[in-house]
Design a protein around this ligand. Structure first.
Ligand code: HPA
Ligand code: ZN
Length: 340
């Protein structure tokens, strides 16, 4: 297959997205529009000036811009529109189901009520389900470099909406903010019936991945690249089939690695780890999910390996066995046509 045919094949491959920050889908032109509509003043007035800010040196340099642009989101409609726009893109990327992060503590700091944020996002999800048949839901992410009391407060706000949430996650600046800080928050989330995931091993060490498993009892690790530094942990992740939601373009843009070829994803697949591919913050990192798969294909990964990532993305969802089997049946048809 040539490049165009490969791209088409990847775009129609049935898959899910499990590591996607909805605020990370806020494209620069929309951020400027929202700033003007909502009377938010930004340090940059033109698209040209804003676009110069996307040359990141590490996770923090990205977060600095990400949090500023989040300040342009104000109304329930803004959140609904953002979600609907993502689901449209997701549909074009062959995504059948998405479990989507949001960062309510940042919006609450911007004086947006929790209810405005969640009602807007849920409304956008409903509209996307109707329009594109995509299923999915929300994972409330705790900002790990804000005080633990703030995490406790947002969980309290979320309690009445617990049935509308899939789970709880942990994101933002990793180093210096180990998972164990959030033991009580995660205990409370489990009592509310939420699934548990956490970003770990993006910039932080393998030990943070272990803490996420042992102290927070997470069912999935977001990123987890540095888990590969610890052979014993690799063995455990394989044995327990803990999914890792890897984000290649993100890792490259935030300089977790210098080059896609430095990511240990061949080795992780070989070791039997349940790795899947995701776009993280596609408006910031130069591409949506198909672009992430294409970056892998251009850097030594085979279509067979890409198929394994997609199959893993279906197995790693928080949906019923029956729903997984329905998606897998479609995946198998695709595999039969494009790989076998
Ligand atoms: N890592 C940590 N925090 C984040 C990310 C990420 O990739 N995206 C949005 N918040
Ligand atoms: Zn992330």
């Amino acid at each position: 297959m040539d490049h165009t045919e490969l791209r088409k094949a990847i775009a129609c491959m049935p898959k899910t997205e499990l590591h996607l920050h909805i605020e990370g889908t806020l494209e620069a032109p929309l951020a400027l529009q929202l700033a003007s509509r909502n009377n938010v003043s930004l340090p940059w007035n033109t698209l040209e000036e804003l676009e110069k800010q996307y040359d990141f040196s590490n996770l923090q340099s990205f977060l600095d811009l990400y949090y500023i642009l989040m300040g342009t989101l104000k109304t329930q409609e803004d959140f609904a529109d953002l979600m609907f726009a993502y689901l449209q893109r997701a549909h074009e990327n062959g995504i059948r189901h998405a479990e989507i992060f949001f960062d309510p503590q940042v919006h609450m700091n911007n004086h947006i009520p929790f209810s405005t944020v969640i009602k807007g996002l849920l409304n956008g999800l409903d509209l996307g389900k109707q329009a594109f048949g995509i299923t999915g839901g929300l994972i409330l992410c705790i900002i790990r470099d804000m005080p633990v009391e703030s995490a406790e407060a947002v969980l309290k706000e979320a309690e009445p909406y617990a049935k509308d949430l899939i789970g709880i996650g942990l994101d933002s600046a990793e180093v210096g903010y180990p998972p164990e800080l959030f033991e009580a928050v995660y205990r409370k989330a489990r009592q509310l019936g939420l699934h548990c995931v956490a970003h770990a091993g993006e910039e932080g060490p393998a030990d943070y991945v272990k803490q996420a498993l042992d102290v927070l009892h997470v069912e999935r690790i977001d990123h987890g690249i540095h888990a590969y530094d610890d052979p014993e942990l690799v063995q455990r992740l394989a044995q327990e089939q803990i999914p890792l939601t890897s984000c290649p373009l993100s890792n490259k843009r935030l300089k977790v690695v210098n080059d896609i070829r430095e990511l240990p994803l061949h080795e992780m697949l070989q070791a039997g780890l349940r790795v899947c591919i995701n776009s993280d913050d596609p408006a910031y990192f130069g591409g949506y999910l198909v672009d992430n798969y294409m970056a892998l294909l251009e850097n030594g990964y085979s279509l067979e390996e890409c198929a394994t990532f997609a199959r893993n993305s279906i197995e790693a969802c928080f949906i019923s066995r029956e729903e997984k089997d329905t998606l897998l049946a479609d995946f198998d048809k695709w595999y039969e046509q494009y790989v076998k």
